[in-house]
Design a binder for this molecule. Structure first.
Ligand code: AMP
Length: 418
């Protein structure tokens, strides 16, 4: 078939396997969230551009990547590039000041597309507001650990850092400015741009090899933390160690958006190379900026397409979750058996969702058998007047090429023990 229209750059059609994995992730995520008494939010995907601007003019997401346009009434609007900011707006709207909230939905960023990076992608995430106890931070890691275990993601790495209070960060940013300024000529264009935009922290993110040599010798934020931030961070590290949650401390880890303080973290995975699987941290100051109320908060966002890339390459996951279904075709020989087919279909689907049952109605039985074969069906169930008179059906195991007659009343048992 000839395609007339191609999806836009950075937008893609998911294939059926990707969609199936997507739904699996979604079900597991919301199932776990429910157990943790977290509420689901699903905010609008289009929002006033100005609400994102306050996330920091220096950040790429806001500066260059917004899908923004003027709508017919003249208002500047954009497709949401992330959920934290719009989440906060929703909390202010309902005047909610505490609780734990989860989401899973699309985001849009006008980025240069590549494997694992799309212009339209999905994020799932958690936001907890109203609690600034460091134990809440620890619980976020426990939640992610359990979620990743449930969805068969292993071999990931958790990196953590503390970027201190807003004041610590301001002070550190000045130090970075002083440190980078005399070396700018030796740095990449990208880093120079960040410098001139005032995104000194973001300069630490550079993937450029020459930049990295300079960055590695830059002052480290951990040396400039106030006592309180240092203590909190130390406690978190101690408890993570006690709980056997492995982590790597990365003093150069800063996050793309400007609203974080104290704890910041990222999850990485070798299949994703240097793209993060997830990122998050504390953002105790953001509510104050927007609603004028002190509401501490912590959250993380995780890229669903990136999880899918990891799972597609996990044979254990594919075997146990994707290929564990049994595909059955029902083949009523004549029209007189059509109703019986629906009855049998109901018996099987009432057993367990791992059975996929479909009735094939075409006239020619051998064509239908060929179709079942082509579709890698596990069992076909054939029945005509003769079989129905005896209250039985023929079951054919397509993989083993063995047929048996079986009473309809015994069908349930036959499938239960499979
Ligand atoms: P961020 O808000 O930039 O920290 O993003 C949180 C997570 O969303 C990242 O760790 C990625 O897994 C995912 N993500 C961010 N941008 C993209 C993108 N352009 N395409 C796919 N996933 C993305």
């Amino acid at each position: 078939m000839n395609n007339k229209y191609k999806p836009l750059r950075g937008f893609k059609y998911n294939n059926f396997l990707e969609t199936e994995i997507f739904n699996f992730i979604r079900n597991e995520f919301f199932k776990l969230a429910e157990i943790y008494n977290m509420k689901i939010i699903s905010p609008p995907l289009l929002a006033p551009t100005k609400i994102f601007k306050c996330l920091g003019e220096a950040s790429d997401v806001v500066n260059k990547e917004l899908y923004a346009f003027t709508q017919k009434d003249g208002e500047e609007v954009c497709l949401i590039p992330e959920y934290t900011r719009i989440f906060l707006e929703q909390m202010a709207y309902f005047n909610i000041k505490n609780g734990a909230y989860v989401y899973m939905g699309p985001c849009f960023r006008y980025e240069r597309p590549q494997f694992g990076r799309y212009r339209s992608f999905n994020q799932l995430g958690l936001e907890i507001i109203g609690k600034n106890n460091y134990m809440v931070d620890v619980e976020v890691f426990l939640f992610v650990k359990e979620f990743l275990k449930n969805i068969y993601v292993d071999n990931y790495i958790l990196e953590i850092n503390s970027i201190g209070t807003i004041q610590d960060r301001k002070h550190y940013e000045n130090l970075l400015k002083e440190y980078f300024e005399p070396q700018l000529n030796y740095m990449s264009e990208n880093s120079k741009n960040k410098f001139y935009r005032g995104a000194f922290l973001r300069m630490l993110d550079s993937k450029d090899e020459a930049d990295k040599i300079i960055i590695n010798k830059a002052p480290k934020i951990t040396s400039f933390l106030c006592e309180e931030s240092k203590n909190k961070f130390n406690k978190i590290k101690e408890i993570l160690t006690n709980l056997n949650i492995q982590f790597k401390e990365n003093p150069l880890l800063v996050r793309g958006l400007d609203y974080y303080n104290d704890l910041v973290f990222e999850y990485t995975h070798e299949i994703l190379g240097n793209q993060a699987l997830s990122g998050g941290g504390r953002y105790d100051g953001l509510f104050k900026n927007i609603t004028n109320e002190e509401i501490p908060a912590i959250g993380f966002g995780m890229g669903v397409e990136r999880i899918i890339h990891i799972l597609e390459q996990n044979p254990k996951f594919i075997n146990e979750v994707i290929n564990n279904k049994i595909y059955i075709n029902l083949l009523p020989i004549e029209e007189t058996e059509y109703l019986k087919a629906l009855e049998i279909k109901n018996i099987i689907i009432s057993l367990n969702k791992k059975y996929m049952v479909e009735v094939l109605y075409d006239k020619n039985l051998s064509n239908r058998l060929k179709e079942a074969n082509k579709n890698h069906v596990d069992y076909v169930i054939i029945f005509g007047e003769n079989e129905i008179n005896k209250q039985e059906v023929i079951i054919k195991n397509m993989k083993k090429n063995i047929s048996n007659n079986i009473l309809i009343k015994d069908l349930k048992n036959f499938f239960i023990v499979l």
